[in-house]
Design a protein around this ligand. Structure first.
Ligand SMILES: [Zn+2]
Length: 388
């Protein structure tokens, strides 16, 4: 009798146990760090974690994640079982995610290892309203427009020369995570057919023992001593200002070209050189002058500020951002005044043909031609067309 009662009590207890097992609660918290949160720890507290749990998560990721780099928009997810924190994810971007999980009575944290897939793909942009819009329209990230502007910087001024109806094709390396673009690698080949610029076609190639650079189909260099424009293409945002194009004008009596450009447009050195002036005066405003080979000198006027490391005597490289446009000095509106001199005499920069860099040597040509063939097939879709 006594035994029986015990047994049924045990059964009842068992029932109770399994009932409580059924009732065990899993709680999932999904939240973002908001602008109103003083820091990530506060966001975690506001999401319902206890001070102890927050400390445990912070400790688990110590040395792996720098909590000072947490920012509004970061997302986190916490999973609690019966009030015990078992999993925690903190995500800043597709490439930056940290995970914490429970191992017995402690939490262990790590940065999530990503499966990065590398692909080489052909891309085509048809210019309709702006390069930014055309990049979006073809399912690409707008940074591709900036990359292409750098590849063609010796021949195409992406502010002035782009017209509706122009077609740009490229073969570009991509890094993807879960099928989504993480970042672009190098542009391996690019082709521009434009109303104002005609046909330009370049290929990336590393000569034996040399650095990779861009060459035209016949092995001539794509590079020139000077870039086509002193303004670096930097049209990265959509909406207001996305269709803003600097207006260019050569004004004879003041010896330079005026580029109307929004304040803050990056100005780059059109060629390798040495800074010979970096200062301010009443007429030129904030200005920089560079000395190049062959007694050539370029000057950039009415700037808002200088680029990093720009001071008299400093060496600068072609494509280095040396300043940002402004409207300082005698200036009626935001613009860059750009001047070119040879041996102290002003020249019209728009009328100078800048010499190309060295072509490929004969010995490099067979390997280059093979590369051109391979990339052209990808870029022009020849193989695709042949199969259909
Ligand atoms: Zn001017």
């Amino acid at each position: 009798m006594k035994l029986k009662r015990l047994a049924s009590a045990a059964a009842a207890a068992g029932l109770l146990l399994s009932a409580s097992a059924l009732a065990s609660s899993t709680r999932v918290i999904n939240r973002r760090v908001e602008k109103t949160d003083a820091n990530a720890a506060q966001a975690l507290r506001a999401a319902g974690l206890t001070a102890e749990q927050v400390d445990a998560v912070v400790a688990a990721l110590a040395g792996t994640f720098d909590w000072r780099k947490a920012r509004p928009g970061d997302q986190f997810r916490a999973v609690l079982k019966d009030g015990v924190l078992v999993n925690f994810d903190y995500r800043q971007s597709a490439a930056d995610e940290w995970q914490v999980h429970r191992e017995g009575d402690r939490l262990v944290g790590q940065k999530r290892k990503l499966e990065i897939e590398k692909r080489t793909e052909a891309v085509e942009l048809r210019v309709e309203s702006s390069l930014y819009e055309s990049a979006l329209a073809s399912g690409e990230d707008p940074t591709i427009a900036l990359m292409l502007s750098e590849v063609f910087a010796w021949d195409i001024d992406f502010y002035q020369d782009v017209r509706n109806g122009d077609v740009v094709r490229a073969v570009v390396e991509k890094e993807l995570v879960g099928g989504r673009l993480l970042r672009y690698g190098e542009v391996l080949a690019a082709d521009y057919r434009g109303q104002a610029v005609g046909h330009k076609r370049v290929f990336r190639f590393a000569p034996t023992g040399g650095a990779a650079s861009y060459f035209q189909e016949d092995g001539d260099s794509a590079r020139r001593a000077f870039l086509k424009s002193p303004l670096k293409f930097a049209q990265v945002t959509s909406g207001f200002g996305a269709r803003f194009h600097p207006v260019l004008r050569y004004v004879k009596d003041h010896n330079g070209v005026d580029y109307a450009a929004a304040v803050g447009t990056p100005v780059w050195a059109i060629g390798d050189g040495t800074v010979v002036k970096a200062g301010y005066d009443g007429a030129a405003g904030k200005h920089v002058c560079l000395r190049h080979l062959n007694q050539l000198e370029t000057c950039y006027l009415h700037l808002s500020r200088f680029g990093a490391g720009v001071r008299v005597g400093a060496r600068v490289q072609q494509k280095q951002v040396i300043a940002f446009t402004g409207t300082t000095g005698r200036s009626t509106g935001p613009h860059l005044h750009f001047a070119l001199k040879r041996a102290g005499r002003f020249l019209n920069p728009l009328k100078q043909a800048s010499p190309r860099a060295e072509p490929l040597t004969r010995g490099q040509l067979p390997r280059f031609k093979q590369e051109v063939e391979r990339l052209s097939e990808l870029m022009d879709g020849v193989t695709v067309a042949a199969r259909h």
